[in-house]
Design a protein around this ligand. Structure first.
Ligand code: BEZ
Ligand code: FE
Length: 289
């Protein structure tokens, strides 16, 4: 097409695809171009605004490296990461939630009852539960990759004062599907704000806070892997998570218990002086189709 207009540009774009283009790639690219073109027409995007957008993306590219994933963060604060989670979720299982940029691979295996809190300040949280199928049958041999922030709100990869794998560990469920460990009650924290995403949050009057959470990746042979997060029901940011990760079934009550009720089988048994919190967190995996 020689005469491209603001009305026909989307169909001209479509006509440029080669006949051997992968059908799914064609579908996704066409929808993307359609929405982008509609967006530019709808807001009558100016040259200056287009330029600002390009500079924003270039800055995100410059600031990103192996450790820092500014485009993922952009997707998170735009709600895209959560939307992708939700359109791919299956209702029979525990809801998934955002992975975030702070998962590190190679975390050590931890036995049942392991203490991730060690000498860190903060309330003791005993997290426990069972991994089951949608009917409630236990899944033995499931792995749960767990990670969270230290009490200062930083993940180990952000904090030179922490060991590489502090507040990280992988536990394998026993025959009854059970897992359990102690840790410190996680705290609310902010997503990184020193880059372009922080600038956008600021310019649109948004705060950068996430409600406190535990991260889990649960895997078992024959089941869909589950990437999720668990939130306490008393967190002030529960209704305004800046990355839209909260789902109803992922919100738990952390129940205070007296020290003398602390169960056997945990590394902290007999060492708890005051109260501790318990979160019962069962996780449902869905069989692979
Ligand atoms: C996180 O939960 O670790 C996280 C998720 C999205 C953006 C930043 C952090
Ligand atoms: Fe997190």
């Amino acid at each position: 097409m020689r005469t491209v207009t603001s009305e026909n540009i989307t169909s001209v774009f479509m006509s440029y695809f080669g006949p051997d283009t992968d059908p799914r790639l064609r579908e996704v690219m066409l929808a993307l171009a359609t929405h982008l073109h509609d967006f530019a027409r709808e807001v009558k995007l100016t040259h200056a605004e287009w330029q600002k957008g390009i500079e924003f993306l270039e800055w995100a590219g410059r600031i990103s490296d192996e450790e820092r994933h500014e485009f993922v963060l952009l997707s998170d604060v735009l709600g895209l990461s959560s939307l992708v989670d939700m359109v791919n979720s299956v209702p029979e299982g525990t809801s998934s939630s955002v992975l975030g940029p702070f998962h590190i691979s190679g975390a050590p295996a931890i036995p049942f009852g392991f203490d991730m809190k060690r000498d860190y300040e903060g309330e003791i949280l005993l997290a426990r539960g069972r991994v089951t199928d949608p009917q409630g049958n236990p899944i033995a041999g499931a792995t749960i990759d767990i990670w969270q922030t230290a009490p200062n709100g930083l993940y180990s990869s952000q904090d030179p004062d922490q060991d590489t794998y502090s507040f990280h560990g992988i536990q394998t469920t026993g025959a009854d599907g059970a897992y359990g460990f102690t840790t410190v009650k996680p705290v609310s924290y902010t997503v990184p704000t020193d880059g372009p995403v922080g600038q956008i949050l600021n310019a649109t009057g948004r705060h950068p806070w996430r409600p406190s959470h535990l991260h889990y990746i649960v895997k078992a042979e024959g089941y869909r892997p589950l990437v999720t997060e668990i939130f306490p029901d008393d967190d002030p940011y529960l209704d305004e998570d800046t990355v839209f990760g909260v789902r109803e079934d992922l919100v738990m009550t952390y129940v205070p218990h007296a020290a003398d009720t602390f169960p056997d089988g945990y590394m902290l048994s007999g060492k708890v002086n005051e109260t501790y919190l318990v979160a019962d967190i069962d996780l449902k995996l869905v069989p692979l189709a």
